[in-house]
Design a protein around this ligand. Structure first.
Ligand SMILES: CC(C)(COP(=O)(O)OP(=O)(O)OC[C@H]1O[C@@H](n2cnc3c(N)ncnc32)[C@H](O)[C@@H]1OP(=O)(O)O)[C@@H](O)C(=O)NCCC(=O)NCCS
Length: 333
């Protein structure tokens, strides 16, 4: 007779127990970018709400920024790196096809007994990775999971492309997720629409680069189409995530959508008809769109500046290239 194997012992819930951010030192105001794209500070602020962003120096990489943000999240949680058993990195700007960046991040953090994987879901990557962490912990597979979004978008954006050059920035945000007696991360509501894979995409593949048929591939975007998709999809996913968590909009303390641009943040907040007490993340104004890093960066800022309190409920909605989206309600650390 075949021996029966034992499954992991499930736990009731998981929750975010610490958050950390890394913002590169160099602040880049709109004025520094406008000449190459025949634009103006006024146009960029009006169309995107963005006033400035950070660009990493050569030594500030997806890996180094992720390590710095993750160590801050661990310090806040009071959990040593040796106790981390999984590191999940969400990124779209780690420019080496293999290996993944997460094993190096785990090594540099001192997370010696951790598994480590990268998740590729662009600007929706952090919420996808957070849903995986919740599932790993509730199933009993892992106890302490670092979820980190880290992006050096300045490496993959063409400073001469009018549609994207002003939108993106660099940085990293991380959370530590651990087991809890009650759910601190609600059910994920996610989806993908690969029919529109070209809406936000690199201009060419690495094979084209090898074959000499393209210059350095950079990010291109059908801006107006992406805008329409986002203002339709994000409120719907947000409403479903709130219902799936068994709460109402009035129970929320914060709305932290992916910081794509301020117009999308405000249009989706208004479509959701959030009660006035719900604090809305606006980190995009000084950080621009940092793709997978934007939600934990915004969460860190809101908590640090006292816009929301620890223990409050926040609706997170990630959305971006793929097209992909993922939403859930979390208890803030
Ligand atoms: C990118 C975005 C700000 C552009 O704004 P828009 O109003 O859609 O701009 P359009 O491309 O329709 O162009 C409108 C006008 O602005 C001009 N324009 C475009 N880019 C410009 C720039 N960087 N500076 C100045 N003018 C610009 C266009 O030439 C056009 O001029 P015209 O009316 O004389 O023809 C907007 O589409 C957007 O926010 N999209 C969503 C992007 C996003 O958040 N993506 C991330 C998702 S993860």
């Amino acid at each position: 007779m075949t021996a029966a194997i034992r499954a992991s012992t499930p736990v009731a819930g998981s929750r975010i127990v610490g958050v950390g951010a890394y913002r590169p030192a160099r602040v880049v105001p709109n004025a520094e970018l406008v000449d190459l794209i025949d634009s103006s500070d006024e146009w960029i602020r009006r169309r995107s709400g963005i006033a400035s962003r950070r660009f990493g120096a050569p030594e500030e990489t997806v890996v180094s920024m992720a390590v710095a943000a993750s160590l801050k999240a661990l310090a806040q949680a009071g959990v040593p790196a040796e106790s981390v058993d999984m590191v999940v990195l969400a990124t779209m700007s780690h420019l080496r096809h293999s290996p993944a960046a997460a094993p190096e991040i785990a090594h540099l953090m001192g997370a010696r007994s951790a598994g480590a994987i990268d998740v590729s879901a662009a600007c929706a990557g952090f919420c996808h990775a957070l849903a995986l962490a919740d599932t790993l912990i509730r199933s009993g597979t892992s106890r302490n999971v670092v979820v980190v979004g880290s992006e050096k978008m300045s490496d993959i954006v063409d400073p001469r492309d009018r549609g994207t050059a002003f939108l993106f920035g660099d940085g990293a945000g991380a959370v530590l997720v651990g087991p809890a007696a009650e759910a601190g991360i609600g059910p994920v509501v996610w989806g993908a629409d690969g029919e529109h894979k070209d809406a936000i995409a690199h201009s060419a593949s690495w094979l084209d680069l090898r074959d000499g048929t393209t210059p350095w591939p950079t990010l291109r975007m059908k801006g107006p189409m992406v805008y329409r998709w986002a203002v339709g999809t994000v409120p719907e996913a947000g409403r479903q995530a709130v219902a799936a968590a068994g709460i109402g909009l009035a129970d929320l303390a914060a709305y932290i959508p992916h910081q794509a641009n301020l117009r999308i943040v405000e249009a989706t907040a208004s479509a959701l008809e959030l009660p006035p007490h719900v604090a809305i993340a606006r980190d995009v104004v000084e950080t621009a769109n940092t793709s997978a890093a934007s939600i934990p960066l915004a969460m860190d800022r809101m908590l640090a500046q006292g816009e929301v309190d620890s223990g409050g409920l926040a609706l997170l909605v990630g959305f971006g290239a793929g097209l992909t989206h993922a939403a859930m309600v979390v208890t803030l650390p």
